[in-house]
Unconditional design. Sequence first.
Length: 325
Amino acid sequence: IYYHLPFGIQSSIDKKSNKHKLNCVKVNGTKSFSPAKVDFLRQDHGNSITTVDFEQKNRQNIPTKKQLVDPYRQGIIIEEGVGYRQTVVIRSYEVGPDKTATIESILNLLQETALNHVWMSGLLSDGFGATHGMMRNNLIWVVSRMQVQVDHYPIWGEVIEIDTWVGASGKNGMRRDWLLRSQATGIVFARATSTWVMMNQQTRRLSKMPDEVRAEISPWFIEKQAIINEENPEKIDKLDNNAPYVRSNLKPKRSDLDMNHHVNNVKYVRWMLETIGDEFLENHQLSDIILEYRRECGSSDVVQSLCEPQEDDDGFITTGIINLE
């Protein structure tokens, strides 16, 4: 996984195998059980209900037809019926000490609006953004590249609108873009673009896009880009243990995993930023980040994050790179 940071940081993360297993847990002093075999929820009055029954009776059904308005998520369909706009409020737990939204919070909002877009399309199956055709072919989405440019960071309590849309990326990929702006003034806060490919859920290998999946999603494609990418991007160098900033033995927590059973793409950013020296972060603000994901990280992996500032001939920090393998 590779990252490009224009404020001048170069880092790398290496993985080593470290298998571990959770055998059993106890809840409220009851008999221990294997988490993978839990199939019921016990209530105080002694009755038990299966998890499947609970979800079927008490959870909102995924729409099977295209929705134009979602009042619960404050979302509407735009761009002549193929784009999506969601209104969100920056919450207290999404900001840092300076009362502005963190880059991790912004990335989480991008992910959430993307999933809500698929929800409203009527194409969503029970996977993590996967369509019905993808589920039939045992496929999941994985992000291969993400770029975010931030002009202004929204503050706590600010109301913002997030527009998102999709387009083709080669024969087997999909591009997704976002635009974040103030609802009150229209000022653009940030732009983002990403590339997604399909992975076989069992083999964990990248897969070609089946014809039935292309038929599902291609009617939603539009020719519009939030960020125009460079034709010859800067080469990303690999760091070694001589880097000035190193964090070792980083182990994914259970909360780091998503529904695809690997570390969620947003979590890498936290590992990366926590490797950068505090004195640097206190005096600089991230304005552009490029992430290139090369392989997935699972719960049994141990990662190491290495970071090194880069300076130009005049001694000024100009560009930066983070490299994970």
